[in-house]
Design a protein around this ligand. Structure first.
Ligand code: BGP
Length: 473
C-alpha cells in the first residue's frame, strides 16, 4: 500500500516564467517574451492583437522573470533541501536555436542547461524536462508563421535530436509540449500563431495541432532511438468537465468538452485520430494534412506516460450560465465549490475523478506535473510568511491522489506542484499570484531585490516528501 517507493515528488517551472536573461547567452527572441502584463495580454496571447517585438508603454515580465538564469544554483539548492526527487523545468527553444532554423545549435545555451541538470543531480534530483512550454522562437513566427507551417516539424526534430543527444545520461524524463490543448485557446502563446483577417481559424488551429502531434511522435521515436532509457510524456491542461445539471443536454455537452480537451492526448496515447474528431473535421470541411508517413509515425510512437496539470474541474451547461475564471478554459460556476482569489474553483475530489478518468481512458502511467494554489502572500514584520491556505490546498489534493492510487489502483509516477518558487503567472503576467514554498521579492511592476526566502509551507512539503506522502499534518 501507499505510493510507489520511487514516487517522484517535486516542483515544476517554465523557462519563460522564471529564467529571464532574455537577451543573454546568445538567446533569440520568442513569442513568450513579448506578451505583456496588463489588459492586452489575452488579446495578444490569443493572436488577436499582433505584437512581435517589444513596444513602448508595456511591461514585459518575462524579460527578467525571477532571474533563475543567474540564481539557479541557489534555487536548486533549496529544492534539494526540501528533498525534491525531481524538478520539472523547460528549455527555452531560442536559447538553443536563437532563430529556430539555424543548422547548428548555440553552444552557450546548451551549456547553460547542462550546468542546470548537473546541479540537479548533485542533490539527487532527476530533471523532468518540458521541451516546449508555450515558447516558439520569433524567427520561426516571422518567417514561417509558427506551427501553422509544416516545416516546424523539421525544426522541432532538429531541436529534439540535439537535446536527446547532448543530455543523454543527464535527462530521461521528457514532455514534448506543455498543455498541448492550450493551442486551441491561446494560439499565439501556445503555438506562435497570429491570425490574418478573415481566415478560417478552425483550419489553422487543427493544421497546427496536426503538426505538433506529428512532431511529438517524431520526438518520441528519436528519443527512444538515442537512448532506450528515455521516457516521453504528453501533457494536458487537465480537469474533468462536470455537467451543470442532469439534463441530458448538459451531460452530453460535458462529454463533448472532455473530448475537445482530450483530443490531443487521444492521438498521442493511442496513435491515431479518434472517430469523433474525424467526423468533426468532415462537418467543418477540413481536410487533415496527414501524409501516409504521418499515419505511421503517429501509430508507432505513442507516449510512455500521460502527464497533466490539475487546478480545477470545470462545470458546463448548454444554458447561458455565470462564467467562472480558470486557466484558459472557463465554465459555469459550480455552487458546491469554493474558489481562489482569482476565481479558480478548488476541487480536491475532482483530482481523484480526473486521475481515474484518464487512467480508464489511456491505461498508461500518469504523472501530475502541475497543481497548486495561486495566492497573495503577506510578509510579516519578522520576514515570515504564514501560508497555511497553501498547505491546506495541497494537503487535500495529495490526499485525493493517494486515494486514487491506493483505493482505485491508478498508476501514478509522481507529483510536481506548480511553482515551488514564486514566478510570473502565465495567465495574468503578475508576480503577486504566488504558488511557491519559496518567496521571491519582486512585484507586479518589476520592483524588488529578487531575494529568496522560505515560507511556512517549505518545511511542510519537506516533511511530506520525507514520509513519501504519509505525514500530511
Ligand atoms: C498552466 C501553465 C503554467 C502555469 C499554471 C498556473 O496553465 O502550464 O505555465 O502558469 O497554469 O497558471 P497561472 O500562472 O496563470 O496562475
Amino acid at each position: 500500500m501507499g505510493l510507489r517507493k520511487d514516487f517522484l515528488w517535486g516542483g515544476a517551472t517554465a523557462a519563460n516564467q522564471c529564467e529571464g536573461a532574455y537577451n543573454e547567452g546568445g538567446r533569440g527572441l520568442a513569442n513568450v517574451d513579448v506578451i505583456p502584463h496588463g489588459e492586452e495580454r489575452w488579446k495578444i496571447a490569443r493572436g488577436e492583437k499582433v505584437m512581435l517585438d517589444f513596444e513602448d508603454g508595456y511591461y514585459y515580465p518575462a524579460k527578467v522573470g525571477i532571474d533563475f538564469y543567474h540564481h539557479y544554483k541557489e534555487d536548486i539548492a533549496l529544492f534539494g533541501e526540501m528533498g525534491f526527487k525531481t524538478y520539472r523545468m523547460s528549455i527555452a527553444w531560442s536559447r538553443i536555436y536563437p532563430n529556430g532554423d539555424e543548422e547548428t545549435p548555440n553552444e552557450e545555451g546548451l551549456q547553460f542547461y547542462e550546468d542546470v541538470f548537473k546541479e540537479c543531480h548533485k542533490y539527487g534530483i532527476e530533471p523532468l524536462v518540458t521541451i516546449t512550454h508555450f515558447d516558439c522562437p520569433m524567427g520561426l513566427i516571422k518567417k514561417y508563421g509558427g506551427w501553422r507551417n509544416r516545416k516546424m516539424i523539421d525544426f522541432y526534430k532538429r531541436l529534439t535530436t540535439t537535446l536527446f543527444t547532448r543530455y543523454k545520461g543527464l535527462v530521461k524524463y521528457w514532455l514534448t509540449f506543455n498543455e498541448i490543448n492550450v493551442l486551441l485557446h491561446a494560439p499565439f502563446m501556445g503555438a506562435g500563431i497570429v491570425f490574418e483577417e478573415g481566415e478560417d481559424r478552425y483550419k489553422v488551429l487543427y493544421t497546427a495541432a496536426h503538426h505538433e502531434l506529428v512532431a511529438s511522435a517524431w520526438a518520441t521515436k528519436i528519443a527512444h532511438e538515442i537512448d532506450p532509457e528515455n521516457k516521453i510524456g504528453c501533457m494536458l491542461a487537465g480537469g474533468s468537465f462536470y455537467p451543470y445539471s442532469c439534463d441530458p443536454e448538459d451531460v452530453f455537452f460535458a462529454l463533448q468538452k472532455d473530448r475537445e480537451n482530450c483530443f490531443f492526448i487521444d492521438v498521442q496515447a493511442r496513435g491515431y485520430y479518434p472517430n469523433y474528431a474525424l467526423k468533426e473535421f468532415e462537418r467543418n470541411n477540413f481536410e487533415l494534412p496527414c501524409t501516409e508517413e504521418d499515419v505511421k509515425i503517429l501509430k508507432e510512437n505513442t507516449v510512455d506516460f500521460v502527464s497533466f496539470s490539475y487546478y480545477q474541474t470545470r462545470t458546463v451547461s448548454v444554458k447561458p450560465e455565470m462564467q467562472s475564471a480558470g486557466n484558459l478554459l472557463s465554465g459555469a460556476k459550480n455552487p458546491y465549490l469554493k474558489a481562489s482569489e482569482w476565481g479558480w474553483q478548488i476541487d480536491p475530489l475532482g483530482l481523484r475523478t480526473t486521475l481515474n478518468e484518464l487512467y480508464d481512458r489511456y491505461q498508461k502511467p500518469l504523472f501530475i506535473v502541475e497543481n497548486g494554489l495561486g495566492a497573495k502572500d503577506v510578509v510579516e514584520e519578522d520576514g515570515s510568511i504564514q501560508d497555511d491556505y497553501r498547505i491546506d490546498y495541497m494537503r487535500e489534493h495529495i490526499k485525493a491522489l493517494k486515494v486514487a492510487v491506493e483505493e482505485d489502483g491508478v498508476d501514478l509516477l509522481g507529483y510536481t506542484m506548480w511553482g515551488p518558487i514564486d514566478l510570473v503567472s502565465a495567465s495574468t503576467g503578475e508576480m503577486s499570484k504566488r504558488y511557491g514554498f519559496i518567496y521571491v521579492d519582486r512585484d507586479d511592476e518589476g520592483n524588488g531585490t529578487l531575494a529568496r526566502s522560505k515560507k511556512k509551507s517549505f518545511d511542510w512539503y519537506k516533511k511530506v516528501i520525507a514520509s513519501n506522502g504519509e505525514d500530511l499534518d
